[in-house]
Ligand binder design. Structure first.
Ligand code: 3HC
Length: 654
């Protein structure tokens, strides 16, 4: 700790127990100042003749992990591992009193303590893999000793947190309390006679569970293919099986440091901070309260949006002007809940509670009290104008009016209302109930308060918001159209359908672009482009899609598009023939193309369009584009995103 740094650790002695209280907002990350504060406080506690010590945190959470901002900088002593060894070696029992999100190094610290108590509602885990890392402060050694190899591997490979109740069941915590964590922890500490270090327990071995290792290998191969962090977790568990704990901890640290310096972790850490920056509200903007909501339009998007809202606990009025359309929408929502309950994704009680928050209506007057209305009607400006006029008339003056349009001019919608400052876009991605990405579109008139309220609401419904401005297709569809347009150019210039898809899949995309177009339907893009006001005057412009559409090849929905979906599978020979004849008609000389060329050109198409959007002020920062692509279009997060890739190549790293 330097002299200017505030010591975030306060030690007070209550009834012969040292309470070590840490206050390092926002999430009590284990930065150097916290580690040294704790090391000093623990040493002092030993000199104070206490019988036990309790470590607890102020604010929203027990330590949420090592301080991610310190990664890649020279380590400063005490490093986390050293602090944890000091705790484990303590001659008085040390209790971790956990609440909030004890994660990564935070949970590792708790496991180095001799006892653990958690407040009900605590969610704890080792999410290092989400940052391209593995636990680096004893997690791979202490967790299996507490909960067994299978449970430990599951927690570390998935990065998913477990509840306090589950933690109690598997032996990760000793006690769960309903309230009053500090008092309960103090009482618990007073019951203790001696330390009980986890490191003294025997490490469970794979030899005792013959098929476990092969199951875990299969999982890493299939579910986490190409991900260095998950592979390292498993390797580390294997390699350290026969080592004494001190050597095993060194081995773990070595692997952790290798991962920190690796490209996947750099990209994932970049993603972590970019995600938090993308939806940041304007400073000091007032965040309004959203209690009741409405969705206009009960089609696929409207129903999906309504599900997102009721699942998050908001009451929703779902409006359709046509009673039949409303019934179909409600049926779609009922079918969804039946599926998720049958599939075990939601309990019947939770589904019933969510469904109970939804009311169907055909009357705008029922929306009078809604704080936020999301319009998700047919993609036609005139239809939306009519809806916004009705909303403006019937909704209270403070209500926010949002459109889920993918392309249309939201400024124009705002202008026809008496409250343009309260109008914005909330562009959900399909399926809206599952996709996390949400474009929050700010018009020229949207107020800071309306934007801040919408961003806070987006987080409450579990979405990942990115703020963008108004232009045709906003940021997501605009850059995706540029990508698809280049796919068409590649096909015309000689690349094969399967070749383009294979190149992008090999690069890491979840699906190839031609297969995605078949899935969404070739007609969707054709229709959107036909309605486009400023269609570019270029004979190549989506010429392939037009040719397929004219021949009735619409994708999966018609049984054939770029691919065949009937008895024969693979790329459609009819589609290929149409591409060939279109290229010939346009006088294009065709040539063979390799995978690197395909990937390079497609990435450049996105990057160039993004650059225009940034120059026009539609997108604030490059990383927003990366968030959109990784969360909306299946770009692999461990590659950081298209703009991140460009920054690597401009640094000479490929
Ligand atoms: N280090 C540094 N900063 C962190 C951090 C961490 N571990 N965790 C969160 N923060 C910062 C965020 O960047 C954000 O900063 P900002 O306000 O400047 O944007 C602020 O804390 C609040 O975070 P969120 O906006 O994410 O707040 P939420 O309440 O939504 O979520 C959380 C809280 C669940 C703790 C979430 O922040 C989270 O998941 N954090 C990451 C946890 C993690 O990955 N821990 C493991 C780290 S690696 C490690 O421990 C290695 C070890 O094995 C050696």
């Amino acid at each position: 700790m330097t002299e200017t740094e505030r010591n975030p650790v306060v030690c007070e002695v209550v009834d012969q127990v040292a309470l070590l209280r840490v206050d390092a907002p926002p999430v009590n990350a284990l930065s150097h100042v916290v580690r040294s504060g704790l090391a000093d406080a623990l040493a002092k506690a030993h000199g104070a003749g206490v019988t036990a010590a309790v470590i607890l945190c102020e604010g929203r959470t027990f330590f949420a992990g090592a301080d991610i901002r310190e990664f890649g900088k020279p380590p400063k002593s005490p490093v986390l591992g050293e602090l944890l060894q000091q705790i484990e070696a303590s001659t008085i029992p040390v209790v971790a009193a956990m609440h909030g999100n004890p994660l990564g190094g935070g949970l590792e610290l708790a496991m180095a303590c001799h006892y653990r108590i958690a407040l009900q509602g605590t969610q704890m885990g080792l999410p290092e893999v989400n940052l391209g890392l593995m636990p680096g402060a004893g997690g791979t050694q202490r967790l299996p000793r507490l909960v067994g190899l299978e449970e430990a591997a599951q927690i570390m490979l998935s990065g998913q947190p477990v509840s306090a109740q589950h933690a109690l069941e598997i032996g990760l915590v000793d006690r769960v309390c309903e309230t009053e964590l500090p008092a309960q922890a103090l009482a618990f500490a007073q019951e203790l006679d001696a330390p009980r270090p986890t490191g003294l327990r025997a490490m469970p071995v794979f030899d005792d569970q013959p098929d476990l290792l092969s199951r875990l290998h299969a999982m890493v191969q299939k579910k986490y293919r190409g991900l260095a962090a998950q592979a390292s977790v498993l390797e580390c568990l294997e390699v350290t099986q026969s080592l004494p704990i001190d050597e095993a901890l060194k081995e773990e640290r070595q692997r952790f440091l290798q991962l920190v310096q690796g490209p996947q972790s750099s990209a994932l850490r970049y993603q972590f901070f970019a995600e938090r920056q993308a939806g940041r509200a304007p400073q000091d903007a007032h965040v309004g309260e959203i209690r009741s909501t409405a969705v206009v339009g009960a089609g696929t998007m409207g129903s999906g949006i309504a599900i997102s809202l009721i699942d998050a606990g908001f009451p929703v009025h779902l409006l359709e002007i046509d009673g039949d359309a409303l019934r179909r929408g409600l049926q779609r929502i009922d079918d969804h809940y039946r599926r998720v309950v049958d599939g075990g994704y939601q309990t019947a009680a939770a589904a019933t509670a969510a469904r109970g928050r939804l009311t169907g209506t055909t009357r705008y007057t029922d929306l009078a009290d809604s704080d936020l209305v999301i319009e998700a009607a047919f993609e036609d400006l005139e239809v939306k104008r009519t809806i916004f006029t009705a909303l403006d008339e019937h909704c209270k003056a403070s209500a926010l009016l949002a459109s889920n349009t993918s392309y249309l001019d939201i400024d124009a919608l705002g202008r026809i209302t008496s409250r343009p400052t309260q109008v914005l876009g909330l562009h959900f991605f399909s399926p809206a109930e599952r996709m996390k990405l949400l474009e929050v579109i700010r018009t020229g008139a949207t107020s800071d308060a309306a934007l801040a309220t919408a961003l806070a609401f987006a987080r409450k419904i579990g979405k990942l918001p990115v703020t963008v401005g108004v232009c045709y297709g906003f940021a997501a569809n605009r850059t995706y159209a540029a990508y698809n347009r280049e796919v068409q150019n590649l096909l015309l210039e000689g690349a094969g359908i399967e070749q383009v898809d294979a190149a992008m899949r090999e690069f890491g995309m979840a699906m190839g672009p031609c297969a995605v177009t078949d899935l969404t339907g070739i007609d969707i893009g054709v229709m959107a482009r036909r309605a486009q006001a400023n269609r570019p005057d270029d004979p190549r412009y989506f010429a392939v899609s037009d040719a397929l559409y004219n021949a009735g090849l619409l994708g999966r929905k018609s049984g054939e598009g770029f691919y065949c979906y009937g008895n024969t599978r693979g790329a459609s020979t009819q589609a290929q023939a149409l591409i060939d004849s279109t290229a010939q008609g346009l006088g294009i000389t065709r040539r063979a193309m390799d995978a690197d060329t395909i990937v390079g050109r497609l990435l450049r198409a996105i990057q160039n369009e993004a650059e225009h959007a940034i120059a026009e002020g539609i997108v604030e920062r490059e990383s927003d584009i990366d968030i959109i692509w990784c969360n909306g279009y299946g770009f692999p997060r461990h590659l950081g995103g298209p703009m991140y890739q460009r920054s690597l190549s401009s640094e000479g790293v490929t």
